[in-house]
Design a protein around this ligand. Structure first.
Ligand SMILES: Cc1cc2nc3c(=O)[nH]c(=O)nc-3n(C[C@H](O)[C@H](O)[C@H](O)COP(=O)(O)O)c2cc1C
Length: 412
């Protein structure tokens, strides 16, 4: 993240020390940060810390000599404003339209073309007080982004809601807001990504699965989240998850994934589906344990004393072949993945072309088992369409950038 200007307001909460870490992280990521602190905030964090971290004098006084008008210009200067920690007092003043200090006056003068974030931090009773709850609701209706609070041990010794959201999570949200604010509305995409691998259940503790970790998908998903697109991540139980705000939907086996894809595509209009989940070609039909045939679902754990065990598998259909039908939308960009395990270049291309044709995918991303690196991470991808290979990239991050461009261009 670079070049962004952040107006960082602090009010009187014991959580103010956590904002020092957040400010430092923003500065380290090339943001220009101007802090504004209430008198209350300065009981909890020193001017020296804030000035030291930002290289800028802390603004505390509306009526400081020679700076009375320059303060108001800060609302035009900032790409984003955040109040963290937000005390109950300042939140309630904001909602009442009071402008009795530099924090509240600047709020009244806020330029609503830029995001305003509030990260509450207070004791549970203060947080749940009807005045605070009403104020937060009102501020949200006015266009303020109210961040959730964490739950846990509070400085007053209580356990509960009201704890300042983890500063790393706040950082991620700031980053997303800034990028989303820059993204042109017509370029904003709604994307569904499937990730991880199916688990075909044997009994309650055993399953048949594959090597998929969801690592590549999470990198792709992270790119779309960071760029401010609207993402749904349909993932297996143990798949790697990206950070930030997006819709998560979990799947288990082939049938579950099939139903959930169908539902997503029916309920929402997506611009693209990036279908990377590794789906079992077979599901368990029945088990032959010695003389006994047991049909799925198995009611109890398979006895390990069995001498001869045979699994009867039934083939699954290819979900990817049905995507455009499920969506009922020819404009949906379908991106499928072909993972090959052959050294023959011709065979690899043959398999990619076969998938392109059968599945009616707009693009197929190809990668080979030989490109699987340490900890199952994948490198070297080729993007194919009906014209053949159109792009080669070295990493999942580059792949995400290319896919984003392809989807945006196809939408135009
Ligand atoms: C030790 C201590 C901790 C406090 N922590 C909080 C807090 O976490 N959240 C809060 O809303 N108020 C807290 N307060 C009360 C506020 O500091 C007080 O309401 C103050 O007037 C807020 O002023 P400001 O909103 O202008 O910064 C605390 C007070 C003390 C003495």
């Amino acid at each position: 993240m670079s070049k962004y200007k952040i107006l960082f307001k602090l009010s009187g909460s014991i959580a103010a020390y956590k904002s020092a870490y957040l400010i430092s992280k923003l500065v380290q990521n090339d943001c220009e940060v101007q802090t504004v602190a209430s008198e209350g905030a300065l009981h909890f964090i020193g001017k020296a810390t804030l000035e030291g971290l930002t290289g800028k004098q802390v603004i505390t006084d509306t009526f400081a000599d020679g700076e009375m008008m320059s303060h108001i210009n800060l609302v035009k200067w900032a790409d984003l404003t955040i109040l963290a920690p937000a005390s109950a007092n300042t939140i309630n003043k904001f909602a009442a339209g009071i402008g009795d200090n530099v924090l509240t006056s600047l709020f009244l003068a806020h330029d609503w073309s830029t995001p305003y974030l509030i990260a509450p931090a207070m004791n549970t009773w203060m947080y749940q007080h009807p005045a605070t709850a009403e104020s937060l609701k009102k501020l949200q209706e006015w266009g303020v982004e109210i961040l959730p609070t964490d739950e846990g041990y509070l400085a007053c010794g209580d356990m509960g809601k009201g704890k300042l959201l983890n500063p790393d999570d706040i950082y991620q949200i700031i980053k997303e807001k800034l990028i989303a604010n820059e993204l042109k509305a017509e370029d904003k995409l709604k994307v569904l990504i499937t990730a991880g691998g199916t688990r075909e259940k044997i009994d309650n503790i055993r399953y048949i699965s594959n090597l998929s970790t969801g690592k590549t998908s999470s990198v792709i998903a992270q790119h779309f989240i960071d760029k401010g697109h609207d993402l749904t991540y349909l993932h297996s139980i143990d798949a790697k998850l990206p950070d930030g705000s997006y819709k998560k939907v979990e799947y288990s086996d082939f049938n579950d994934l099939n139903e959930k894809i169908k539902k997503q595509l029916k309920d929402e209009k997506y611009d693209a589906l990036i279908h990377q989940a590794a789906i079992s070609d077979f599901s368990l039909d029945s088990v032959q344990a010695d003389e006994k045939t047991i049909y799925v679902p198995l009611k109890e754990k398979l006895n390990s004393d069995v001498q001869n065990l045979t699994f009867n598998l039934r083939p699954n259909f290819k979900i990817i072949d049905r995507i455009k039908k499920y969506a009922g939308d020819e404009t949906l960009t379908v991106i499928s993945f072909k993972f090959t395990d052959t050294e023959s270049r011709e065979k690899q291309v043959e398999q990619v072309n076969s998938l392109l044709k059968k599945s009616n995918s707009d693009f197929v991303v190809h990668n080979d088992f030989s490109d699987r690196g340490k900890e199952n991470s994948q490198s070297n991808f080729g993007i194919f369409n009906d014209d053949g290979k159109i792009v080669s990239v070295k990493s999942a991050k580059e792949l995400a950038e290319e896919l984003e461009i392809l989807i945006i261009n196809k939408k135009k």
